[in-house]
Ligand binder design. Structure first.
Ligand SMILES: Cc1cc2nc3c(=O)[nH]c(=O)nc-3n(C[C@H](O)[C@H](O)[C@H](O)COP(=O)(O)OP(=O)(O)OC[C@H]3O[C@@H](n4cnc5c(N)ncnc54)[C@H](O)[C@@H]3O)c2cc1C
Length: 320
């Protein structure tokens, strides 16, 4: 007998007859995947192929939504983020044991066996395991003009977008030694880099290295970042001449996009990512995390796809 608390069980349960014959288990699905970005869709693919009953929920707000194309993804460079997700969903449509739905997971709580998951639609789903692939929230600096250019010509990661703006006029925003280091890193993509500190530079010994790399430093207060149709044109200061630039690199504040991991008792790092072992297992039994949500450094689509694949194999093995 199913213990699903929903009036309207998920299609994965209704379609059980389509799937490999197996004894009915108490929970309705084997895995609920929270987030259908590259990590979640990759996890769903591997779990689907392992004949697990999977429900993916996705609110359709990926980290790179504003981006024109994904940089640095093997054999797929330049593909639009939405096209990659669409292709992933199309592939998953071939699995009768996998359902991908639009909508949010609101919260999840431990049951005597597995987890009860509350959906935005009002439904409740009972699952044997929970995979958190809901990504991270990226907040760019609150400078006037940045939001309209975010992901198009204002970037946070030169490994994602540096190649596309190589040899152009670039700027890096920030002060202190970390910002100086970022400017030196970006100077690997162009010899025309200016570090905009928006106030006192707070540099010590870094000035010599910046000078050697040809990086100029401007300390004037920034008034506005100006662009058109996604393209950066110039940075205007409260005083002093504007700086004509093609792209700007900034630091972001990041955090969990919801309180699900914290409510389940998952440990979070100082950078607000979910702590897991190398396979994506959290310290909370039956709860897993992968992709940006659980990646402290070097977040990318390639990493998310790989982490999703890995966590799915771990989930399938743990469910035996
Ligand atoms: C502006 C920008 C540009 C980038 N460019 C590149 C690039 O060129 N190349 C590259 O490799 N990487 C790039 N990245 C990084 C890349 O986007 C991420 O590493 C990657 O998207 C992580 O995949 P993910 O599946 O973990 O998370 P995401 O892609 O963010 O997907 C998470 C999904 O979970 C959903 N979700 C969140 N909460 C819930 C909930 N409660 N219920 C249901 N669904 C939920 C979200 O709506 C979203 O669809 C960029 C990042 C940013 C911010």
């Amino acid at each position: 007998m199913s213990t699903c608390t929903s009036q309207n069980p998920p299609a994965v349960e209704r379609r059980r007859g389509d799937t490999h014959s197996r004894p009915t288990r108490v929970p309705v699905v084997d895995a609920v995947i929270v987030g259908g970005g590259p990590a979640g869709l990759s996890a769903a693919l591997v779990l689907g192929r392992a004949r697990q009953r999977v429900l993916v929920l996705d609110t359709g707000r990926p980290a790179n939504a504003a981006s024109n194309g994904i940089g640095g993804l093997l054999a797929q460079t330049g593909v639009a983020p939405s096209d990659l997700r669409r292709a992933g969903r199309e592939q998953l449509a071939g699995f009768p044991n996998v359902e991908v739905r639009d909508g949010a997971v609101l919260d999840a709580a431990a049951l005597a066996e597995g987890y009860g998951v509350k959906l935005e639609s009002g439904e409740a789903v009972h699952t044997r395991s929970l995979v958190l692939t809901h990504g991270l929230r990226y907040d760019p600096p609150a400078l006037p003009g940045v939001e309209a250019l975010w992901g198009r010509s204002v970037f946070h990661c030169p490994f994602c977008d540096g190649w596309e703006v190589r040899d152009l006029s670039l700027a890096v925003l920030g002060s202190g030694p970390d910002a100086a280091r970022s400017a030196l890193v970006v100077s690997g993509w162009s010899r025309d880099v200016v570090l905009l500190t928006d106030g006192p530079a707070r540099l010590n010994g870094e000035r010599a290295a910046l000078q050697d790399a040809g990086v100029r430093v401007r300390e004037e207060r920034i008034r506005e970042v100006v662009g058109s149709e996604g393209w950066l044109q110039r940075i205007e200061f409260v005083e002093g001449p504007a700086e004509q630039r093609d792209a700007l690199f900034v630091r972001t504040n990041r955090g969990q996009p919801n309180g699900i991991a914290a409510a389940l008792g998952c440990e979070l790092t100082a950078g607000d990512t979910i702590v897991t072992d190398g396979d994506g297992r959290t310290a909370v039994p039956g709860v897993y995390a992968a992709g940006d949500a659980a990646t402290e450094n070097f977040r990318s689509v390639a990493n998310a796809i790989g982490a999703g694949s890995r966590v799915a194999q771990r989930v399938a093995l743990d469910l035996v």
